[in-house]
Design a protein around this ligand. Sequence first.
Ligand SMILES: Nc1nc2c(ncn2[C@@H]2O[C@H](COP(=O)(O)OP(=O)(O)OP(=O)(O)O)[C@@H](O)[C@H]2O)c(=O)[nH]1
Length: 409
Amino acid sequence: MSSSDRILLILLLLLIPTALWAPGYLVMHYPELTDPLLYLPWLTLGATLLLSQIYHQGRLGFMVILTMLIYGLIQSQLQAPLHLEGKRLLFWLMGLMGPLLALLLALLPERVPFSRQSLGHWLLLAAGSGLLLALSQVPVLAQWTTGFLTPRAFLLTEHSPAPLLMLAWQTLIAVGLWALYLRKRESASMAALLVVVGLILVCLGFARPMISATLLAVVGVALFVVVLQQGHQMAFLDELTGIPGRRALNMALKRVGRRYSLAMMDIDHFKKFNDTYGHDVGDEVLKLVASRLTRVKGGGQVFRYGGEEFTVLFPGKAPKACAAHLEAIREDIADYPFVVRKSKSRPDDEKAGRQQRGQGGGGKTVQITISMGLAERTGEQPDAEAVIKAADQALYKAKKAGRNCLKLA
Ligand SMILES: Nc1nc2c(ncn2[C@@H]2O[C@H](COP(=O)(O)OP(=O)(O)OP(=O)(O)O)[C@@H](O)[C@H]2O)c(=O)[nH]1
């Protein structure tokens, strides 16, 4: 499970106790706080909207705006008993259209929120809100929801006004968003999933006082964490390969301590490879090498140093203790049959790739090799710069020695 998956899971789990426990606890023990708490979602969501602007996370910003619209609707229109026809219809429309809008926003391309390019996103939000308000004024629909739909849509219990039909629709969208997140690993689908799960819980516990304020305030905090996490990824992960980049290496070197070894490695003849097969295939090679390198044993931490160079850091290890692990990974890469396909249909996951190779794949198999130089921190080379330089010199020796080998400084 990746770190973003773990964060998502924690945030989702955070919503459930909030829904079950916080509203009742607040009303019972701190009744004087209930009025100020109604402002809390505006605060948490407003802060997240600001941060999403700073980090240029447009779709996430739109998820925040959608949540604000939902909260505004609940506070301004839905503070009345739901057996009133118009209110019940509005509740239905919010429960059905809110998740749909979140899904559609997650499917739209990334845009900076307050710019001309995001006009489509704004139109979608405006159209959704306009349609909701227009439909809520149709008397026939109001009669239909109370007279026909609600009794047949299986109300959960008398404590929850959310009918099963609505929950089924919301759950379907949540599952779709989960699948979208697993496929694309984008913060927008993660944010949309949090908003939809938050809305499901709000609908389920709608009869409880303060449910929307407490839950949507927590959704605001959860979205804040998602923006921060995305900002962290942008700063520390290499975009092409997805492994930590140079900045992450610099941070790791600052806290690694006094004893460590460091290997610099470089893909052999990569320029020729790029010139022969094209930059796109070169990028695929970089991704492949990065993913194979991350399997290094012995506690090695892998970074993309830049271009076709990678670094592996072994905290607390002497070169003797990590050379075998590096050799193993060098051989693993040299033995991996990289197929250059004519089409750009290289599958993302390795199993599918192996299957495609098994069927011939229609491409040419080429060997990728890497050269490595290994150095350790010593009294003579106490700072990280000197260790990197020594590892670089050892790498140069490896290139001179015919490539596809490891040399010690
Ligand atoms: N496709 C792709 N190529 C890159 C990237 N970054 C750097 N390169 C290429 O990597 C190549 C590096 O080539 P050189 O430093 O001359 O070394 P080499 O061809 O690997 O030869 P040796 O290191 O001597 O084995 C250049 O052609 C760069 O354009 C990248 O992100 N993607």
